[in-house]
Design a protein around this ligand. Structure first.
Ligand SMILES: Cc1cc2nc3c(=O)[nH]c(=O)nc-3n(C[C@H](O)[C@H](O)[C@H](O)COP(=O)(O)OP(=O)(O)OC[C@H]3O[C@@H](n4cnc5c(N)ncnc54)[C@H](O)[C@@H]3O)c2cc1C
Length: 373
């Protein structure tokens, strides 16, 4: 007889872990399946680690406002996973930016996000022919390794059954529409069965693989094979974060697990893009398993040095490649909407997809409301 749970969570990234904890704390028995051998080891690890506080979204007021609400909550709940205070900055490019410095200041005032003049020592690092203004801001980076360790401990402590190295291939209906559903779970060469009254699909880049494997139609999603260059910047830049706004520019942010910074560039970070369902691939992760494309570190550095000359003295120590997945709405205004969707054909399966770490909080109340119906 297959083990039965109130809830099964598929995918142990930050979303799956936080939602599994939420369901468990509400008194449900919860099992979490993660195909990797560690939690939060995919997009929840290989990202820029920015805890957004609104500044990044002048083109999407709602996303900016939600970031302002979620930022203090994330900082308070995961204080032990936040990197020691790093001075963070936003610079406005003089040419090619879709916001001017004045507009950025007005936008920050509207969302209540504080700005300060950057220190002279920072100003001096920037080429003022290229940069109209630079501001110090209140924003943070998290340590993805500490966050994974913390979530692992929290799940164990809460009594969530965590099954690493298990891939859910399908969620299948039993005889009656209102019955629990059965999960077909691959663990190495073996196939196991588990049952749950509700299943949360938190598989991010593999959202459609779970749906299609379960005989359901895929959702419209856009994927990018993204590269973040890992580098050690020279002394004046090493305890410092900078984002150049708002267009085809770059961000340089600390990445604590590797004692390095990530360099990302709007033009060079995405190596390859595709949309589902039109260009469906069997498994987006296979694109990375087959090998990564040649690094674009040189192109990123060549462009970034035009704004921040000292970055040319950085030591490149590697790259993180990961699949970034967004909802098509994000393309219109750079917003970061979230997906919370009950499958009409199989109501026990709820698909969740978030677009940044902190907006997992935006899901908790709507999820409770959905489960109450
Ligand atoms: C390059 C890049 C930069 C980013 N920068 C930021 C940033 O600075 N700040 C920010 O807040 N957000 C950022 N993001 C977005 C953020 O990383 C994601 O929104 C977040 O990690 C999504 O979490 P998740 O748990 O949904 O996905 P993931 O962490 O990818 O978790 C999904 C998990 O599901 C597992 N899985 C998949 N299919 C199955 C299956 N069938 N059975 C079992 N397990 C399965 C996977 O192994 C994986 O562990 C960035 C993303 C990328 C890629």
């Amino acid at each position: 007889m297959a083990a039965q749970f109130d809830a099964a969570v598929v995918g142990g990234g930050v979303y799956g872990c936080v939602l599994a904890l939420h369901l468990r704390r509400a008194g449900r028995s919860v099992v979490l399946f993660e195909q990797a051998n560690a939690l939060a080891s995919r997009a929840s690890f290989a990202n820029q680690a920015r805890v957004h506080n609104g500044y990044h979204y002048p083109r999407s007021f709602l996303t900016a406002l939600r970031s302002r609400v979620n930022y203090p909550r994330f900082l308070a709940e995961y204080a032990d996973c936040i990197a020691a205070a790093v001075p963070m900055h936003y610079a406005i490019a003089r040419r090619g930016s879709s916001v001017s410095a004045d507009q950025f200041v007005r936008f920050c005032a509207r969302i209540g996000a504080e700005l300060w003049p950057a220190d002279d020592s920072i100003e001096q690092q920037l080429d003022r022919d290229m940069v109209e203004a630079v501001f110090a801001v209140r924003e943070s980076v998290f340590d993805a390794e500490r966050l994974a360790a913390r979530l692992t401990r929290d799940l164990a402590h809460a009594g969530v059954e965590v099954r690493l190295g298990t891939r859910v291939e399908a969620v299948e209906r039993l005889a009656e529409a209102s019955d629990p559903v059965e999960l077909r779970v691959r663990a190495g060469d073996a196939v196991e069965r588990s049952r749950a009254r509700v299943v949360l699909g938190c598989t991010y880049a593999r959202t459609n693989q779970l749906l299609v494997g379960s005989g359901l139609p895929p959702l419209p999603l856009k994927h990018e094979l993204a590269e973040l260059v890992l580098l050690r910047p020279p002394e004046p830049l090493c305890a410092f974060g900078l984002t150049v706004m708002c267009g085809p520019f770059f961000s340089l942010l600390p990445f604590p697990p590797r004692r390095a910074h990530t360099l990302s560039h709007v033009r060079y970070t995405p190596h390859h893009e595709w949309v589902e369902p039109a260009q469906r691939v069997a498994d987006p992760y296979l694109r990375l398993q087959r090998g990564t494309p040649p690094s674009r570190a040189v192109q990123m550095l060549q462009d970034a040095r035009r704004y921040l000359p000292a970055i040319a003295g950085s030591e490149v120590v590697g790259s993180l490649f990961e699949i970034k997945t967004v909802l098509p709405e994000s393309e219109v205004d750079d917003s970061r909407p979230i997906l919370l969707r009950r499958s009409p054909e199989l109501p026990q399966l709820i698909t969740v997809m978030g677009s940044k770490i902190d907006n997992v909080y935006d899901l908790l109340e709507p999820l409770d409301a959905l489960l109450a119906n």
